[in-house]
Write a protein that binds this ligand. Structure first.
Ligand SMILES: *Cc1c(COP(=O)(O)O)cnc(C)c1O
Length: 374
């Protein structure tokens, strides 16, 4: 069997930065709870992206959950979400007993369509059901059309949550994704651009709200000698060991982005001219982190042909996210738009984008794919 090529796997620094921070935690016995690595990891992420405050959490999903709570989303509230995303964007809406309304994508960004978003507002305002929050996602590290989305949210005076789980390091018009919304969310899950083995971060310029989410994330313990609770709590904080991995990974973020970009460029050069192949579109306002290199196919070769052919060669690829409004669990919720999300799902593939791939590996992937066009 040929050596496995992954879609996107953990890639620790060559220098061993991660272990240095972990050793520091061991030396001071700050294994848990919290500690220097957590505080510094929060400070470093906030300072990198230009956000006033950050809370390190156990996952990106936990960060979305707390962002919804911080935005005041509760039972029966409407939340507008993109349909084309990973389920973790939407699950926390259900944790809060709120109601997701799914919004279509556009072909220019694959992300939330401002046109469909405007339509959704018109419909729900007319019904007297103004949404409590909008969640926007920057899919595969490519930013959404933020100016237009922000303009709509401001006009209707609704808080914006940015699910930037896939887009740490991506900038839109020179500003980091995650800093446009009232709240921004990052994930450090194993396959993301940098990983802590599992973890997340909630960022905001509202320091008081971040302080409040830290309180919720540590079981909502009131300031009292005895254990006293006036609110529902969660166990959502990041450990000091995990944060050490994050601090080490942050040092190689730019290196990872550069390699991801090179991978995208290589695919563009090798596959971009094949009949029916389209790269995920790049916009001039967008400086993506290129987390995953994605293509769509409009010709005779279908995505499943590519995925299965790669699989036989021990190469991992996968379909683009299946839209939420097509999911058995979520299909009962409203969907606004046309069929862009569905078409992107039908025609899209995420190609291997592992930064550990050598140039030889990339060549191998493209050779296998190109065989299908012969
Ligand atoms: C990975 C991901 C999440 C969830 O992050 P976890 O850290 O795995 O909980 C949320 N939204 C999107 C778009 C993601 O890709």
């Amino acid at each position: 069997m040929k050596e496995k090529i992954y879609l996107s796997s953990p890639h620790m620094s060559d220098e061993g930065f991660e272990l240095q921070y972990i050793h520091r935690a061991f030396d001071t016995n700050w294994i848990a709870p919290l500690g220097e690595n957590v505080n510094e990891f929060e400070r470093e992420v906030a300072s990198l992206i230009g956000s006033k405050a950050a809370a390190a959490l156990s996952s990106g999903t936990a960060a979305i959950h707390l962002a919804l709570m911080a935005a005041g989303v509760g039972e029966g509230d409407i939340v507008f979400c993109p349909s084309l995303t990973f389920s973790a964007t939407v699950n926390p809406v259900i944790y809060q007993n709120a109601i997701p309304v799914f919004i279509d994508s556009d072909y220019e960004t694959w992300n939330m369509s401002p046109v469909a978003l405007e339509k959704a507002f018109e419909k729900y305002i007319k019904l007297g059901k103004k949404p409590k929050a909008v969640i926007v996602v920057h899919l595969y590290g490519f930013s959404a059309d933020m100016d237009r989305i922000i303009d709509i949210c401001r006009r209707y005076d609704v808080p914006l949550i940015e699910d930037a789980a896939e887009s740490l390091g991506t900038t839109y018009k020179g500003k980091y994704t995650g800093t446009f919304g009232d709240y921004g969310v990052f994930s450090f899950n194993g396959n993301k651009i940098i990983t802590t083995s599992g973890g997340g971060m909630l960022v905001s310029n509202n320091e008081e709200r971040i302080e409040k989410t830290r309180f919720w994330a540590t079981q909502s313990r009131d300031k009292a000698r005895h254990y006293q609770h006036s609110e529902l709590g969660f166990n959502y904080r990041m450990s000091n060991i995990v944060a050490g991995i994050g601090r080490g990974q942050l040092k190689v973020l730019n290196q990872r982005i550069q390699r991801k970009k090179d991978i995208f460029e290589y695919y563009k050069q090798e596959l971009g001219n094949l009949d029916g192949v389209q790269m995920m579109p790049e916009q001039d306002w967008n400086k993506p982190n290129y987390w995953l290199s994605c293509i769509t196919l409009s010709g005779y070769v279908r995505p499943l042909d590519v995925i299965l052919t790669l699989e036989k060669e021990n190469i991992e690829s996968r379909p683009v996210w299946k839209p939420m409004h097509m999911q058995p669990f979520f299909e009962k919720y409203d969907y606004i738009g046309s069929d862009a999300a569905e078409k992107l799902f039908e025609n899209g593939i995420c190609l291997p984008s592992d930064t550990k791939m050598t140039d030889g590996d990339l060549e191998r992937v493209c050779k296998v794919i190109k065989e299908l066009w012969r």
